[in-house]
Write a protein that binds this ligand. Sequence first.
Ligand SMILES: Cc1cc2nc3c(=O)[nH]c(=O)nc-3n(C[C@H](O)[C@H](O)[C@H](O)COP(=O)(O)OP(=O)(O)OC[C@H]3O[C@@H](n4cnc5c(N)ncnc54)[C@H](O)[C@@H]3O)c2cc1C
Length: 264
Amino acid sequence: MNKKTALIVYAHPEPKSFNSALRDTAVKTLQAQRYNVLVSDLYAQHFQPVISKTDIIGELEDPKHFNYPNEVGAAYKNDSLCLDVKQEIQKLKLADLVIFQFPMQWASVPAILKGWFERVLIKDFAFSFPKMLDEGLIKGKKAVLSFTTGCPGGMFTPNGLLGDLNVILWPIQYCTLRFCGFDVLKPQCSFSPTHADDKQREEMLNAWGTRLKNILTEEPIMFPSLSNFDAQKWFVISDNNVEEQKNKEVGLSVGHHLGKKMPL
Ligand SMILES: Cc1cc2nc3c(=O)[nH]c(=O)nc-3n(C[C@H](O)[C@H](O)[C@H](O)COP(=O)(O)OP(=O)(O)OC[C@H]3O[C@@H](n4cnc5c(N)ncnc54)[C@H](O)[C@@H]3O)c2cc1C
């Protein structure tokens, strides 16, 4: 069997943090499963999260009007992207599994990781129009969000103060990762480690380690396929599909709930 490669994109500034312990658990478990493990430690690398003209080496295609997606897409094809982005793309190309390890910040990823999405998941490498969703250019790779929170799990339920976690994660899991073609696995949520006791924290680390032993056999989250949308109508759900969904009790996905009960 071919050796699998896992890339852990890790975004926490503190080496003694619980996120660091979750990352170490992943490294240890995956190496024991004979994975080749790569880590992008974004704070340690001083990863620059802001998109800019310096992401392109040399002449811009259109120096009069800076269009980032077009410029980096062309730079990707011409091999004129800056070194740190090239290195991240290279690691991502090698990966069968990508783990994003981070503390939830304002119901999303930390800014440094948002910057990784913006600078690495670029046009013509990660997606193009209409190469999206199950046709996305990253297809064939699995991704999983492993994150910690400050708030307890109950707050992320349909009755909880913050509302349904699936809604909170939709922009990352679907609009970003699935958009580019990743098969997105269920998230690993380590709720509120700061307020947990030692035993509960140990259980969270063990649960992650146990899951990782077979993670590549898991079924990804169900999302709509590109073929559900009508390219002639700027990718709204096709008439056929609307008809098909009409008598179903549950919506097509969290985002495409079609006014019905949301699927989980
Ligand atoms: C800007 C900002 C925005 C935020 N927004 C949100 C939000 O929207 N929603 C939300 O819920 N939270 C939010 N938070 C809170 C944040 O998500 C939590 O503080 C974070 O997830 C906690 O994880 P940590 O790794 O930083 O924990 P840490 O505080 O580093 O660790 C927790 C505990 O685990 C212990 N520990 C470390 N290693 C181990 C080990 N190996 N074994 C056992 N114990 C260990 C540590 O000593 C510590 O006692 C926000 C925080 C910031 C800074």
